[in-house]
Design a protein around this ligand. Structure first.
Ligand code: PLP
Length: 428
């Protein structure tokens, strides 16, 4: 595994890691630790790379809010021209608070409630990506009740082989819970075409996350296009959106970044000559390497011949290592010389609370600051209060300036919704 600083936006300057032009120890002093620190320029750069590669292809990027739903990041992406992809009523609310309007929003998710479908239609979203016939029928009923036409897209499971790091982030293989099984899709579409309050305007897939190769996109799109032809033959003249989901990978260690030119070729070929507009739902690609988790070493310990580095961040702040066996680079903010092989662990009372196992890393002492890299996606959004640990602050850096965009939770926040002496009620 590689060492060194992964992103140009978190450079080591004069021996100390910075976020853009701001020294991380200054942020730690001002905001405390643990804290997520994001680079605005990194997000802009990734957005620019992807839109640049897709310049010749009619498309819109709908950022996947579930990767990082922080309002300041949503606003920054809105200002760049992105739309969003949301998978819950809560994410829809976030998107609207951040300033997105209905046309900017694609609503997906395998288990939408009737309430969420109503909220989506009230907000006037651009697309609802439905994942079953039952959901299509429910959507049509809700639309009728509201007196609107539901903009329907069908999320299809293209049943392709997906190569990525972990089974938990595959979503487009046969038998998974996501999407409409491929061999049922034409029937569902035919039913949808006959519904009074629904307009079938799109087809959608999302085959997985952190995809190493692009072949699965190619195969998935080919299956969607076969279906597209079938639906057009069955009278689906309004079908004009092809949503190919997210999944573009980022570098966590030494992986090769995705070939965006090849991706644009595949995407471009899909819509070329077909009167189709492309939607892409990148999450991780836009924000994954734009964020680090800043944490302080609390203790060093040796147990059973093993070295431990105990940090003030825990699995409640970053779940990916224990949930997906994910690899994150870890660097000392200021190098003190020497190396050690250690488990880097948090304070949570779980043996699964670790960031790295048997990691060869820079020597560190209590009080030193560490950077856990590449936590911009699926980091803060998966944070919990387990062990009654307040959730960490979030900071965005732009050049020489920083802003706290999410306050650290207080102890009072932890108990705000609870009643030690509740009001007891009797069922009448
Ligand atoms: C998670 C998800 C995405 C984003 O995936 P990334 O791998 O972060 O790009 C896009 N679309 C849907 C429907 C998702 O569930």
């Amino acid at each position: 595994m590689g060492t060194g600083v992964l992103s140009a936006h978190f450079p080591r300057v004069g021996g100390a890691i910075h976020a853009e032009d701001v020294p991380l120890h200054a942020i730690a002093e001002a905001v405390g630790t643990p804290a997520y620190v994001y680079s605005a320029s990194s997000i802009e750069e990734q957005f620019g790379r992807l839109t640049g590669a897709l310049a010749g292809v009619p498309h819109r990027l709908h950022y996947s809010v579930k990767a990082n739903g922080c309002l300041a990041i949503l606003r920054a992406l809105r200002d760049l021209g992105a739309g969003v992809d949301v998978v819950s009523g809560g994410e829809l609310h976030r998107a609207i608070v951040a300033g997105f309007t209905g046309e900017d929003i694609v609503f997906g998710g395998v288990g939408k409630t009737e309430r969420e479908l109503r909220e989506a239609l009230r907000a006037g979203v651009r697309l609802v990506n439905a994942e079953s016939l039952a959901e299509v029928l429910l959507l049509d009923g809700v639309a009728r009740e509201l007196g609107v036409t539901a903009p329907l897209s069908l999320r299809i499971n293209p049943e392709v082989t997906v190569e990525n790091a972990h089974d938990y982030i595959k979503t487009g293989e046969r038998g998974q819970k996501f999407g409409i099984p491929y061999d049922e899709a034409l029937d569902v579409a035919t039913t949808a075409l006959a519904l009074p309050s629904t307009k079938l305007i799109g087809l959608d897939m999302h085959i997985g996350s952190q995809l190493f190769g692009l072949d699965a996109y190619d195969e998935g799109i080919a299956r969607l296009l076969d279906l597209y032809a079938g639906i057009r033959d069955a009278g689906g003249a309004d079908l004009r959106i092809l949503d190919i989901g997210g999944g573009l990978a980022v570098q966590y260690s030494d992986e090769r970044p995705p070939n965006l030119e090849r991706f644009a070729e595949i995407a471009g070929a899909a819509v070329d000559g077909r009167d189709l507009e492309l939607i892409i739902e990148p999450g991780r690609f836009l924000v994954g390497n734009a964020g680090i988790l800043l944490t302080r070493v609390l203790y060093r310990k040796r147990s059973g011949g093993k070295e431990y580095v105990i940090t003030d961040a825990g699995m409640n702040d970053l779940l990916r290592p224990s949930h997906y066996k994910a690899y994150h680079r870890i660097e000392a903010v200021e190098e003190r010389g020497g190396r050690v092989t250690a488990d880097v662990v948090g304070p949570v009372c779980e043996s699964g609370d670790f960031f790295a196992l048997d990691r060869n890393m820079q020597q560190v002492s209590p009080g030193d600051l560490l950077v856990i890299q590449s936590v911009g996606a699926y980091g803060s959004v998966m944070a919990s209060n387990y062990n009654s640990r307040p959730r960490a602050a979030e900071v965005v850096v732009r050049g020489a300036q920083y802003a706290v965009v999410t306050e650290r939770e207080s102890y009072d926040d932890l108990v705000r919704r609870e009643m030690a002496a509740p009001e007891w009620r009797t069922i009448a």
